[in-house]
Design a protein. Sequence first.
Length: 290
Amino acid sequence: MENSQLQTLSHGDLLSNELRQLEIHCANADISQPEQSVNDSPQQAPVRPPWPHVREGYGFRPPSGGSTPLTNRPESSSPLPDPNGLGWPAKSTVSRLNATPQERAAREKRMTSAVRTILDCIGEDPDREGLLKTPERYAQAIMWMTRGYEERLADVINDAVFAEDHDEMVLVRDIDISSLCEHHLVPFTGKVAIAYIPNQLVLGLSKLARIAETFSRRLQVQERLTKQIAIAVQEAIKPRGVAVVMEATHMCMTMRGVQKPGSITVTSCMLGCFRTQQKTREEFLTLMKK
C-alpha cells in the first residue's frame, strides 16, 4: 500500500514531505525535552512517513562506525525513498542503471531513430552529409548529459566523511552547474553555493561539487535541483544546518518564448539553523557574495 502511494507522489510532493521531516527533526533537536515523571502518560507514537522503510547507509554512507557516530534519528524518518541509493529515482532510472550492454545499445538505437524522425518533421533531410550521423551523436550526447541517473550517491561520496571537531560554517561557492530543463529539454547554466555547519562530521570539499553535479545531470527544474542538493548534504553528514543558493540562466527564457537575455533566476534552500537563525543565514549570504 505504501509503495503504491509513493508512486503517485510527484517530485514536488516528495521534496515537500522531506523538508517538513527535516524541519521537525531540527526543531526538536533545538528544544530541550522536559523531564517526565513516572505517572506521566505515554506520548502518542509518531506518524510514519509515506516512504518505505530505509536503513542507514543505503543512500549516502556506510553504516555508522567508530569514526562516524550513530545518530538518534529514527531510521523511518530518512527522506530517501529508494533502496538503490539513487536519490529520487524516476520511473525508468533503475532499469537504466542495471541495463546490460545489449540493452544500452538497443536504447541508443531507439533514440537515434527518434531523432531522425524529429529532423524529418522540422523539414530537414536526415540523410544529407551534415546530418547523417547527427541522430547517433545526439543519442550519445543526451545519455552523457543525463548520466546523473546512473550515479549512486554512496559512490559519489565514496566514504569521504570525516570526524572533525569543527563547528563553524563550511562554504563552497561558485560551483559551475549545467542541466537540462525538463519542460523544454534545453540547457540552463549557472553557479551554486553550498554551506553547512558541521555536527562532528565534515564532508570532503569536492563531494559538495560532485553532489551538485550528480543531480544537475538529470532533467530538472532549478527549484527542485536546489532542494535535492541541500537534502543530500543533510542526509550525508547530519549537520546542524545546510544552505544552498543557485543562480542560473535558462535558455528557455533567453532563446525562445519571452526572449529575455541576461535574466537570472535565483533559488535557495535553507535547512536547520540556517532556516531558524537569522544571524547564521545573514553570515552565509554575506560570505557568499564576497
